[in-house]
Design a protein. Structure first.
Length: 121
């Protein structure tokens, strides 16, 4: 019984991998080439666009690549994603700025000009 459960689990995992969407922000040229309607030239164009313009924010942004119009996008839209932690280039986290300390109120002192006025009176 245990072997059957393991085999079923392995089969489910394999199916999930087979139908996993390709992240167009992290995919290699070879991975992009496997998508429907994308050949080596379009795969290279996708990577070139990604390098030039940064990561795709939405799947629709793929239409900005030359050679990918509405027809090609319709074939691709269920096969691609831009989600995931690796979607955007990682940047080093900057430490948060500490709030400025509240200045301590100093006792009021008379300015030198005011002191002269007070002395004349």
């Amino acid at each position: 019984m245990r072997k059957i459960v393991y085999a079923l689990l392995a089969w489910l995992i394999a199916i999930q991998w087979a139908f996993a969407a390709v992240n167009i922000n992290t995919a290699t040229e070879a991975e992009l080439d496997k998508l429907p309607g994308v050949g080596p030239a379009k795969a290279k164009a996708i990577i070139d666009d990604r390098k030039k313009n940064g990561p795709f924010k939405t799947a629709d942004d793929l239409k900005r690549v030359k050679g990918i119009g509405d027809k090609n996008f319709e074939k691709l839209k269920n096969e691609i994603t831009v989600d995931g932690a690796a979607a955007a280039p990682k940047t080093e986290a900057k430490p948060e700025a500490k709030p400025a300390a509240t200045p301590v109120a100093k006792p009021a002192t008379a300015a030198p000009a005011d002191a002269k006025k007070d002395a004349k009176k």
